[in-house]
Write a protein that binds this ligand. Sequence first.
Ligand code: NAD
Length: 471
Amino acid sequence: MVKICCIGAGYVGGPTMAVIALKCPEITVSVVDISQSRISAWNSDHLPIYEPGLDDVVKKCRGKNLFFSTDVEKHVAEADIVFVSVNTPTKTQGLGAGKAADLTYWESAARMIADVSTSNKIVVEKSTVPVKTAEAIERILTHNRKGINFQILSNPEFLAEGTAIQDLFKPDRVLIGGRETPEGAKAIKALKDVYAHWVPVDRIICTNLWSAELSKLAANAFLAQRISSVNAMSAICEATGADVSEVSHSVGYDSRIGPKFLNASVGFGGSCFQKDILNLVYICECSGLPEVANYWKQVIKVNDYQKSRFVNRVVSSMFNTVSGKKIAILGFAFKKDTGDTRETPAIDVCKGLLGDKARLSIYDPQVSGDQILRDLSMKKFDWDHPVHLQPSSPNSIKQVSVVWDAYEATKDAHGICILTEWGEFKSLDFKKIYDSMQKPAFIFDGRNVVDVEKARKIGFIVYSIGKPLDP
Ligand code: NAD
């Protein structure tokens, strides 16, 4: 019977392994992590991440064929297939700082696999890694452990947070890259057999290792580029009186373009898009392709511009200052249906408003106050000027309160910024909110969730990304 172990019980490792366990009852799946608190949470009723449908899947398998443990070495040693789903953040120091992927966690996982293995293993790159990482991993594994056969596969994960379970149940595709040798082909087949329990075989794509590694970076770069393209259009709409929703709708009808992922917003966030584009930029620079690097850099620059454009709009609309004014921030997670705040645009928007001395009252249904305050006091890494940025001052944190209700957040506020498209924001009683606010009352909708006409009828002054400005 096949035994699977996954190193890294995070947003990817946890849900992915839970779904494998559910779909393959005869396979024993262990998810291991060095973080005791994360593993304890996976073994409790309060899972460490919020993801619709995840509780259900975990409850069905945990203790049967799905196990969470900190005994990393034991479970790795016993496994036939070892997934590595550790974090691969952007390097903050040294060579490639601000762009290259930090593979410290990966390297330490690979060394540990080499140290504890006494039988042949398939080692699967689940994390997003730079092209050619498999070559480095192979070197570490085979150098430290002669006589044991390690086959490295690249099997990048394409799930999106907020829809992870749905994406894992019905993936657009599963990608497996491996060596073009008989052993490589055998390893690919073994992993394909796991996914074939529930994924139609025509959706399982097999490629060489480098294509698989690069495909993940390419997919995220294309998705981020699409968001920056529509956001760049939103700026043109605001300048000309066009409406970005109408433009997206019309453009999306073209079957070569398609309608998905064309919503304008305050900007993309999440742990992956920026990091993976920076990773691609670094690969281009190291490969002597500066013009290609510049092309991808621009996607991030437009994203940063969109966030600062939003802050400038808030401040300029509120008579050029928000000093001492209460601004309600509705939504802090980087998108709806997740509690993840990594690289959320809310951090930059809030810091921009705090820089103009606003008082912020923040509400998000899934993000804790501690997390928000931690995020707002953290230094932002600026890859153009890495040493000059300062953390927010302790004073700016005093200007922030985190509340557990949208009505509480908006009471007595001068303005509202909507930064996450949570479903519940659509059904808020905006008349009640308007009555409780300072006048004139402003809405700055960074996700286009508010019905602009209705809100204007109530009395709000409304700014909605890419929409004609308040007459
Ligand atoms: P995460 O930070 O949530 O989880 C990583 C986990 O690995 C952490 O719990 C950490 O404690 C653990 N870890 C690190 N080193 C370890 C070691 N040596 N031994 C045991 N555990 C160790 O990260 P994530 O969001 O799950 O992302 C993991 C990878 O998947 C990244 O490369 C990311 O780019 C990629 N990815 C993420 C998403 C996403 O939506 N989050 C989607 C696709 C791909």
